[in-house]
Design a protein around this ligand. Structure first.
Ligand code: PYR
Length: 386
């Protein structure tokens, strides 16, 4: 079986789906691995190391897409400017793809439809269920750790003020106030990082357990006043709240947002569109120079005016909508991601062949397109196909 690892083409993306170590592991299991020339440069893995690990280096991504049975990528397929065609158009019927597709997010709907039409069998990493046997292939958890840490460093960079309390001869500068909305893995890492940088940290989550965890890390909880019974879904994760509860949540956030200097937005319902919690009117109430980092942008964003894939200033607030923040921490993120995806390959491949057991929860929740159909539940709902 042939595995293909193309170079990532999203703006600012320095990750790669396989390291020399994971290539050696796959080659050791009898798989052939094609790696695009220079694919690992951004994360400091060089071509000769891949060759030593047993990879075949291929300079043309079209050749990789043509020859591989299984494509391993980090980000969703995009338009390849250098080739003048989309990555999906390079794929073929019956070819497997594992990557972060974020199929529920509207900007990805056309691409997902094209993959279905092409007959690609795609599996999305943002759908991996958080169950114990999937822990070692859960790239979303790994990447959330990276996004939490690096996202706060970005916020500190865009903020025009010191994060910690500063005493100087001309007086005292108060520390910044950071609000983390949604304290899952990314939010907790953001909170801990902001705390270490000296900020005063606030946390909002619809799940009482998550709020308690945030409090134990030193955050002040924001009371959201929602019915927590309706907030907790499968496996203790947040589930989509009905609109009347969202109205309460927005109203509670609107009370505290004017006092905040940084908002780290990381409220996510796995596999579904992110809840819209921060309106444009709320952004207008923030202090000039404030920053919002919206890491849920891959799933549509928690703030209604976050620019997808960009950083923009609106109403004197810097809105960070970068979709691949872990790609800005490429050594650590690639190390984690490559191990997760290699474990996914291990899980999927038996005796050199892919075995797609659709009754397995990991497959059922990640499978996005197959046999010309879109089968991902969150994507179908978001596309109005459910
Ligand atoms: C990323 O790591 O870029 C995701 O999309 C989660």
């Amino acid at each position: 079986m042939i595995i293909g690892v193309p170079k990532e083409i999203m703006n600012g993306e320095d990750r790669v789906a396989a390291t020399p170590e994971t290539v050696a592991d796959m080659v050791g299991k009898g798989l052939t691995v094609l790696v695009e020339t220079g694919a690992g440069e951004g994360s400091f893995f060089h071509d000769p190391e891949y060759v030593s690990a047993g990879a075949e280096m291929v300079s043309d991504p079209e050749e990789i897409y043509q020859r591989a049975d299984l494509i391993l990528k980090v980000k969703e397929p995009l338009f390849n400017e250098a080739k003048g065609r989309s990555e999906v158009s390079m794929m073929h019927k019956g070819q497997y793809l594992i990557t972060f597709i974020h199929p529920a997010a509207p900007p990805n709907h056309e691409m997902v439809k094209e993959m279905a039409a092409q007959g690609v069998i795609s599996l999305t990493l943002d759908g991996v269920p958080r169950i114990s046997r999937a822990q070692n292939l859960d790239a979303l958890t790994s990447m959330s750790t990276c996004a939490g840490y690096k996202g706060i460093l970005l916020a500190a960079n865009y903020q025009p003020s010191f994060m910690p309390l500063i005493h100087s001869a001309i007086g005292r500068i108060d520390p910044l106030k950071v609000l983390v909305v949604g304290v899952g893995v990314g939010g907790l890492q953001a909170l801990a990082t902001a705390k270490r940088l000296g900020a005063v940290v606030y946390a909002a989550d619809i799940r009482p357990m998550a709020s308690e965890q945030a409090t134990s890390l030193g955050a002040k909880p924001v009371e959201l006043g929602v019915d927590s019974e309706k907030a907790i879904g499968e496996g203790g994760y947040a589930q989509a709240l009905p609109e009347d509860e969202l109205v309460k949540e927005r109203a509670a956030l609107a009370q505290v947002i004017p006092d905040m200097d940084i908002i780290f937005a990381s409220a996510l319902v796995p596999g579904h569109l992110a809840p819209r919690l921060i309106t444009e009117d709320m952004v207008k109430t923030m202090k000039p120079g404030s920053v919002i980092v919206d890491i849920s942008i891959d799933q549509g964003g928690n703030c209604e005016i976050t620019p997808p894939g960009k950083v923009e200033v609106k109403h004197h607030v810097t809105l960070v909508g970068i979709k691949n923040i872990p790609g800005m921490l490429p050594k650590s993120s690639t190390f984690m991601f490559a191990k997760n995806i290699a474990n996914f390959v291990d899980f999927l491949v038996k005796d050199g062949q892919i075995v797609l057991d659709r009754s397995d929860e990991i497959i059922a929740k990640t499978l996005t397109t197959i046999d010309g159909e879109i089968v991902h539940v969150g994507a179908r709902e978001a596309m109005g196909l459910a």
